[in-house]
Every structure is written in C-alpha cells, then in structure tokens.
Design a protein around this ligand. Sequence first.
Ligand code: DAH
Length: 348
Amino acid sequence: MESTEIVQQLDDIRRAALASISGSPDTASLEEARVAHLGRKSKLSKVSSSLREMSDADRRVVGKTVNEVRAAIEDAISSRLADLTSAERAGRLERERVDVTLPGRKPELGLPNPLTSVLDDVLDAFVGLGYRVVEGPEVETDYYNFQALNIPEDHPARSMWDTVYVQGETDELPLFRTHTSPMQVRMMEKEPPPVYVVVPGRVARRETPDAKHLASFMQIEGLAVDYGISMADLAGTLEAFAREVFGASQKVRLRPSYFPFTEPSAEVDVLCFNCGGSGCRSCGREGWIELLGAGMVHPNVFKAAGYPPDITGFAFGVGIERIAMARYGVEDIRWFYENDLEFLESFR
Ligand code: DAH
C-alpha cells in the first residue's frame, strides 16, 4: 500500500475516533471508544505494527502520522473525559441536593385528655395538702362496696348504687364498684390512723347514658382520719381544693344531705363558672353547681375497719367528668368519650 494511501486511511481513523469520542454520552461509553480506537485490536494499532515492514521513507511519514493521530485521539479522550466527569458530578449533586431553606415537617403533638388534666390537677391539690394517692380494685366485693360502708343487704340505698354484677367462680368478686368509697375501709384495715388519702378510679352504675349521666365514669375519693377532726376541717379542705382547681375566688357551700357512710352528710356546691354566682341557665338560676358528696365518717364504718371508737374523720367523693364539665363549660358528659378530634383539640 502506498504511504499516501495509509495516511489517508489514518485520517479516516482519526475522524471516526473523534466522532465517536465526542458522541459518547457518558464515561462508560467513552471508555468503550478508547478501547475501540486505541486498544490493541484497533485499526490504529494495526497500522502501527505494520510500520516494521515499511521502507525507511514510508515509515518516517506514516510513523509521524500515526503519532499525530494517536495524540489527537488521546487529547480528545481526556478533554471529553473531563467534560463528562464534571457533568456527571453536577448531575449527581443536583439529584442529591438538599434544600436547607425548606421549612421542616412539624411533628404532630398530642395533648392530655381534658379528664386527665382535671384528674392531675385535683390529685396535685390534695398532694399539696399532704394526702397520698392510692388506688383500689375496680371489681369489688359486696362487703367493701356496701356492707362495710353501712349499707346492709336490705338497705334501700342499694337501689341508687345498682351496678353490673360479675359472675365469678366464687362469690368473692361479684360486682363493678359503684364508687371509690370501698377503699376507705380497705385503707383503714391496712393502716392504723392517721390516714390521709385520695383514691382516683373508674366506677360503674346502672344508668342510661344522657347528657349528665354515664354507666361508667371516674371518681376521686378523699379520706382524712385522725383524732379531733371536725366538720370545719372538711369545709376548709374542700375550699382549699376548690380554689386550687378552679381559681382563687372560688367558694364552696355545704348543704345537709344523706349518705349511709357519713353522719352528718353534705352536698357540696361551688360557685357557677358561667355566672359567678348571680344565676344563669347553666346553674338553673341557682348561682351554685353541685360538685360532690361528703361528710363525717360514720361510726359504723370505723367499726367495720376495726378502728378505735374515739377516732374521727371526714370523707368525700367527687366525679371527675362533672368537674371537667364545670371547668370547661362542656354541656354533654358523653363528649369526653367520643374521641372526636375537634372536641379534644379545643382543649389545646
Ligand atoms: N360514694 C358517693 C357516691 O358515689 C360519694 C360520696 C359521698 C363519697 C359522701 C364519700 C362521702 O366519701 O362521704 O355517690
């Protein structure tokens, strides 16, 4: 082959190589182009190895051209490689970009159920007065729920505390407690006087649910037993509690009432939250709202607990839902248990 012909061929090789290099879309295909045009099996290598068989004159001309073509291809590859590498890095940076100026995602914060808040506040108020918090069983015996509280089997007061009876293997745990009062005798059986405790817990009644009643609700029982306790201590304690939970200007009023386990007994009212005492629709124009039952512990209750005859004490029982209704102006007791998010969020 004539050397001019080979030089022509080398020119074709270069053009083809440069075209495929500049057309390589990424570094992987650029590497393929490098192997194809500079590798041992490339046309350029074949020409290069044929130099040996050429005359000195041809070898000088063709050899020079081979070197030029090789250099041109190598230059093209390294500059294309630089372009592709920086483009690929830019692409990766773009894909992996984090916009630190975007506002973060706010985690959704829950809040305590209003009944939990009320429960905590009431317990805090009594802990501040030196009371301990204790809990008792929700399923009770007839003895602690009634008999030990001066309610014998044929007592008419049983009908106002009717409840769900549990069919047990034995007769030992036959009913859902109707109040937290059974813990009075349980505590006194366990510990000698003095006893100052508050007992939160769930209770059950035979009740058709309506705006003011539920068949299952929560109470807090209070019991203060010591020597020389009077009704004035009860009134003062309840007023301190009312101020702590409802505000410093709150007042309490005691009205004579009846409970089998206290003598004397009282219904305790607080000033209406809506009108502050002047009388409105919420309080039936009374100015007062009934909040709890209380009284001086009946001697028969002390006797059931095995306490000495000269011991004294007061007790009270308050419904958590009723406090929450009064405090937040909630008209229907059932709303606390419906898990309606809009209702619950309104306490935020
Ligand atoms: N146990 C009563 C009830 O559920 C409330 C009560 C009234 C509790 C007077 C007391 C009390 O400790 O002295 O209705």
